[in-house]
Design a protein around this ligand. Structure first.
Ligand SMILES: Cc1cc2nc3c(=O)[nH]c(=O)nc-3n(C[C@H](O)[C@H](O)[C@H](O)COP(=O)(O)OP(=O)(O)OC[C@H]3O[C@@H](n4cnc5c(N)ncnc54)[C@H](O)[C@@H]3O)c2cc1C
Length: 334
């Protein structure tokens, strides 16, 4: 998939260098070293190298074990799903859930394993974790929650995983979706954090002229009390635009509410705002019909909403939250 045709870059005076990795940052000389050894000078630099999937050591090898990040990963998973075998997904985050939903729909037998007893709260907020778990179960996903993978069986290929509750689960293919880490190891020695670059709300790092955005960047998160990568698409787009404005010396735009979405089991799931720390949740609509909105409040003020099966309602819900004064917590702290 190409986001833009090659001509677009020429028309906009952008030199596109593909197949070229950044290897080292020299902030004092304001130079970026490429894997070829070539040095590029910069006045301002944006770090947007994304993230790479992590893997527990137990699942680091095996011909039928994979992660999902690149096009090649996706093609490999598609080939495995076409065989409609037994798929174990380790990690019930966004990637694990979306693959589980797709895999059961194409006829695979799916077991979804997670260490957390309630892993579904993060996507739609605390009020909907149990509902989302039931949605997966009703679609035929075998959920194993609050368990850890303790051993793997098979040589070359994994034939089964054993969980700490004793249960062995036979498999034909394993997908590891246990989260990502910022792809910033190449920044070691530059003065920036190689485990994810700390930035302010406009993407500024601690180095002059150097900015970061997207999965590689860790903006302040006051609710978590530290700098954390947001790890989702809309945040990457919003942070990229904010960093671009700061790099050009333009004033910051007013803060916008984060939107996260996911398509699962034929439903559009959306969340606007940040429901962490909410002390009240009100449901409008019908949970069993998969057509509802949940509004989250903190100290009497609406701060976030989750929408299920209502993609068209998002702009109005966002306006309502803005009118009520909901802002991104990171902007409040900035
Ligand atoms: C399977 C999957 C499903 C997802 N589903 C959702 C979803 O439903 N909703 C949602 O909001 N988000 C989702 N996400 C997350 C979302 O895709 C990411 O948050 C977003 O792509 C981050 O954008 P980015 O530009 O920071 O990084 P990326 O899109 O990862 O881009 C980083 C780029 O930098 C390049 N790069 C890395 N290192 C170097 C280097 N040293 N030198 C040069 N180039 C380098 C990489 O090749 C890549 O092209 C999903 C992610 C995955 C993998």
């Amino acid at each position: 998939v190409r986001l833009r045709p090659a001509a677009w870059y020429v028309e906009h005076d952008i030199e596109l260098r593909l197949g070229t990795a950044a290897r080292r940052l020299d902030p004092r000389g304001r130079r970026l070293e490429l894997a070829s050894g070539e040095l590029l000078r910069y006045d301002r630099l944006l770090i947007a190298t994304g993230a790479v999937p992590g893997r527990p050591a137990l699942l680091s090898a095996g011909a039928n074990v994979q992660v999902l990040r690149t096009l090649d990963d996706a093609l490999r998973l598609r080939a495995a799903l076409a065989r409609r075998g037994r798929l174990i997904i380790v990690g019930a985050g966004l990637v694990g859930q979306e693959v589980a939903a797709t895999a059961v729909a194409v006829g695979a037998r799916v077991t979804l394993v997670d260490l957390a007893a309630a892993p579904f709260d993060t996507l739609l907020g605390p009020a909907l974790g149990p509902w989302l778990g039931d949605l997966h179960r009703e679609a035929g996903v075998d959920l194993r929650l609050g368990v850890r993978v303790t051993s793997v069986h098979g040589t070359g290929r994994i034939r089964a995983l054993r969980l700490d509750d004793g249960a062995p689960i036979a498999c034909d293919h394993v997908l590891v979706g246990t989260g990502v880490r910022p792809a910033t190891a190449w920044l070691a020695g530059s003065g920036l954090e190689p485990e994810g670059v700390a930035v302010d709300a406009e993407g500024r790092t601690a180095l002059p002229g150097v900015f970061a955005a997207g999965d590689a960047a860790c903006p302040p998160d006051p609710l978590a009390g530290r700098h954390v990568s947001a790890g989702h698409w809309e945040a990457a787009a919003r942070q990229g635009a904010a960093a671009a404005r700061a790099m050009l010396g333009l004033p910051a735009r007013p803060p916008a509410l984060t939107v996260v979405w996911s398509d699962q089991h034929g439903l559009r799931l959306q969340r606007v705002g940040d429901p962490r720390g909410a002390d009240r949740a009100t449901v409008d609509g019908d949970l069993r019909a998969h057509d509802f909105t949940v509004t989250y409040e903190r100290a009497g003020r609406p701060v976030a909403a989750a929408l299920v099966g209502r993609p068209g309602a998002l702009p109005a819900v966002r306006r309502r939250l803005h009118a009520a004064g909901a802002t991104q917590p990171e902007r409040k702290a900035a």
